[in-house]
Design a protein around this ligand. Structure first.
Ligand code: AMP
Ligand code: MG
Length: 495
């Protein structure tokens, strides 16, 4: 199958090399669709480093002319736009969805041979729009650009943003906003909801084809298992467990972990209501519509596991010829999530604490710190920063109280490993970001951008591009939580 389905075209103008393996999958999964040209496209942001790594001609594309491509007025050479069909559990309830405001232009083949989806988001209505306008507003698209690029710089698997283009047309939400299109680059857009969609259609053949396709595209070293569906379930579980562990280690709250926003590739996808925590509070929820705190910071691991259970249900007919055995196997994978998550999370915490070897008590030591941080109301990111200095390795930077007690335990723990302070600090600095996208700074940049001033956005992007570099000079504003007394930060899904 692989040879026919995955092809490698030669490069066309500006370095574009688009293939269309997804369109060779069963028809149920995609609808060929068209661009919906907009009035006056203009390029707002262009990601030159990403363009270069994709083998695109950054000079040729970073021009006013190419706004027509990034706003969806003209197609890049070799593009064959389609809208993808999928379903998903949104806040626990099953719904049929699909690309209601996105178009897949094709899969770009990079010089290194990587296959990456190029998708326009906000490019107009499709057969899956369900009454929506198919459009996106400038603020949320800039927000996706900023936060996904920050995640990438933090070393967390994520979709990327190649460009944001303004449409010159209004979009009507609670207020009238400027329209924009984001060009998203992703390992793929195959979601748990894509499998749920085929399962709802009871199309076992298509389901099997998508299983094989996903294994070939994302897990080529896992092909050949007795049950490809079971192997894929395992791969998805492992990637989600590792991803969510990384989120927790940097204080990220995704905010809308519906199964349609869970990518099989293991990339973070769909930056709607996401945000980073300031002070450590496990129940932190930013999304204004998440009243039940379903997607709160600390609820992300059990939700990812719940999502894996939905994938298991969708794949169930393919797991094993005997139902009872299939159920047993599925449960084994689902239950394995907890250990897998904990392994990644604890390994992340050890690195954040400068610990090289493993000891039984490390989980307790980590949780004791988090409890003390919660109690003291300390800023999560900056607490780890204040631990990451020669002085802090010697004596507690926290005065007395629970944090000081914890510091004594930590010092004792460190004394039982052979590494020097310098080695310890090096490890900590690699895992404790100095800069994260502080909510108030992101909001300030977006407010300026919507008034036509992109300078704060560029400054913020520059600060976020090198988050672990302790030596880089920074504006103090990027390093501080929102001023005390600020209202709790709220995000809105109205993207
Ligand atoms: P999201 O919240 O971005 O994950 O989107 C959930 C679903 O709603 C997806 O199927 C989107 O394509 C669809 N959707 C979101 N916004 C719009 C819009 N403005 N017009 C049409 N469909 C939309
Ligand atoms: Mg989505």
């Amino acid at each position: 199958m692989s040879e026919a389905i995955f092809q490698t075209p030669g490069p066309l103008a500006n370095g574009w090399r688009l293939d269309h393996s997804y369109s060779r999958l069963p028809d149920l999964l995609h609808k060929p669709w068209r661009l919906s040209p907009v009035q006056s496209p203009s390029l707002v942001l262009f990601n030159r480093p990403l363009a270069l790594s994709l083998g695109l001609d950054a000079d040729a594309l970073d021009t006013a002319d190419s706004a027509a491509v990034f706003a969806g007025n003209t197609l890049p050479p070799g593009a064959l736009p389609l809208a993808q069909a999928y379903a998903g559990h949104q806040f626990g309830g099953f719904t049929n969805l699909g690309d209601g405001r996105a178009l897949l232009l094709g899969e770009h083949i990079t010089p290194a041979g990587q296959r990456l989806d190029i998708q326009l988001k906000g490019s107009g209505a499709t057969p899956f729009s369900r009454g929506g306008d198919g459009r996106a507003a400038l603020g949320p698209m800039l927000r996706e650009h900023i936060i996904s690029e920050a995640m990438h710089a933090l070393g967390i698997p994520t979709t990327r943003s190649l460009a944001v283009a303004a449409t010159g047309e209004p979009v009507y939400r609670r207020e009238t906003l400027q329209g924009a299109v984001l060009t998203r680059v992703a390992a793929s857009h195959i979601r748990i909801g894509t499998f749920e969609f085929l399962s709802a259609h009871e199309d076992k053949q298509a389901l099997a084809a998508l299983v094989n396709y996903t294994l070939e595209r994302h897990f080529p070293d896992r092909i050949g298992a007795e049950s490809p569906a079971l192997e894929l379930l395992r791969c998805a579980m492992e990637r989600q467990a590792s991803l969510v562990a990384r989120w927790l280690n940097v204080g990220f709250v995704h905010g809308v972990m519906n199964t349609d926003n869970a990518a099989l590739s293991g990339e973070t996808i769909d930056y709607g209501p996401c945000a980073f925590i300031d002070r450590y509070a496990p129940d932190t929820t930013f999304s204004s519509i998440d009243r039940g705190r379903r997607y709160a910071y600390a609820n992300q691991p059990p939700i990812a596991q719940w999502n894996i259970a939905r994938l298991a249900e969708a794949l169930f007919p393919l797991l094993h010829p005997e139902e009872a055995r299939g159920l047993e196997l599925a449960n084994g994978v689902i239950e394995g999530f907890q250990d897998e998550f904990k392994r990644h999370w604890l390994s992340g915490m050890r690195s954040k604490l400068g610990l090289f070897n493993e000891e039984q008590g490390d989980e307790t030591l980590s949780k004791d710190l988090l409890n003390a941080l919660e109690e003291s109301g300390a800023d999560f990111t900056n607490a780890f920063q204040s631990l990451s200095s020669e002085a802090a390795l010697q004596s507690s930077p926290f005065g007395d109280g629970a944090l000081a007690t914890w510091h004594a335990d930590w010092s004792a723990r460190r004394s039982r490993q052979p590494q020097t302070h310098a080695e310890c600090l090096q490890l900590m600095r690699k895992h404790n970001p100095r800069v994260i996208p502080r909510n108030h700074m992101v909001e300030a940049a977006l407010a300026s951008a919507s008034a036509g001033d992109l300078a704060p956005t560029h400054r913020l992007l520059a600060a976020l591009s090198d988050p672990y570099n302790a030596e880089a000079p920074r504006e103090i504003a990027y390093l501080e939580p929102a001023p005390s007394g600020s209202a709790p930060y709220k995000t809105f899904c109205g993207t």
